[in-house]
Design a protein around this ligand. Sequence first.
Ligand code: NAD
Length: 390
Amino acid sequence: MIYGERKVKAPIRWAMVGGGKGSQIGYIHRSAALRDHSFQLVAGAFDLDPERGREFGAGLQVEPERCYADYQTLFAAEAKREDGIQAVSIATPNGTHFAISKAALEAGLHVVCEKPLCFTLAEAEELRALAERRQRMLCVTYGYAGHQLITQARAMIANGELGEIRMVHMQFAHGFHSEAVEQGNPSTQWRVDPRYAGPSYVLGDLATHPLYLSEVMLPQLKIEKLLCARQSFVRSRAPLEDNAYVLMQYSGGVMGHVWASAVNAGSMHGQKIRVIGSRASLEWWDEQPNQLRFEIQGEPARILERGMGYLYPEALEDDRIGGGHPEGLFESWSNLYYRFALAMEACDAGEHDRVKTLHIPGIEAGVAGVRWVENCVRSADLGAVWVDYR
Ligand code: NAD
């Protein structure tokens, strides 16, 4: 159970790049990082518009001289201070992630970067090599990976409760962009422009989330081949897709399927994962995150509720309140952020084995997401054919 005590020896001096006023994701980064006193927000380059960023930083109680005009000045100026930042979170549009992460690692900072980590596998591997060389953490915010019922699913699968794993079905399919809403919404506009979004829209923006949940639940699965078909139902979005289907063949004959969509009219969020074994299946849906459906063949379906004593002990460790009360995205992100802080502290102490026990989406998760998108795009652009995974 979490009661809010600080888990790290001292709060990590932390800054944000992006995540400014009006941004979609900035607040949850701050809420999660600051919740258990693991981080202290002391600086930032919060906005593309320096003046707006400074004003916003003041509202967050950041000292005016530590609200910088851009990330280059932020990293350079903070490096000169004895109490300079130790970590930075990057919550800017995709096209900036590579350059900002690279500059942050070169400045000796731990990094939390939004997904997708960058545009190409070559860039992702360059960041991995740099993080390894500088011995810095590079984490990625697949937010629901911190939810206790994802931990429960991982434990149930590892303990053989589903039998032999046969299939994995994933989806992240909302309906918010069923029309060309980007015409009046800057947050959506860059998402459908390859210059800022990269080689995909929904594959990178949405599908990588449940894909990472599958990696957490089923770490043994390795993709061998995949086939992807992608479409732009709102035609002005081409060449980027607003809908995609991906079929995957894993080692050992396991099959997988991902549906990613921003045009699933009427759907609110629609992020789901269903793992099917020879004996039973598990299903989790982000719109009802406190319930995990467990269906044993030939028996009535069971709903496992978060916070209940029948769950595995590791699925209870991060509860902040008992069962019955809902915990969701904000708690899940907070769980990830306190683990990021512990990982940064362990990394500083050279305790790399401890980092491995923390179950965080680190650099491997970032690289895996970019690799998957690259393979999907290759398959789709060849005409939706099976391709070997590389
Ligand atoms: P947004 O367009 O709503 O906000 C982007 C923010 O970054 C704005 O405040 C903008 O002023 C600022 N910005 C842009 N370039 C900057 C720069 N060079 N320096 C400083 N600030 C800069 O975008 P968003 O929807 O918040 O998405 C940001 C990132 O977060 C994207 O990579 C997106 O894929 C990701 N995201 C992740 C999740 C998740 O669940 N993990 C959810 C939504 C978005």
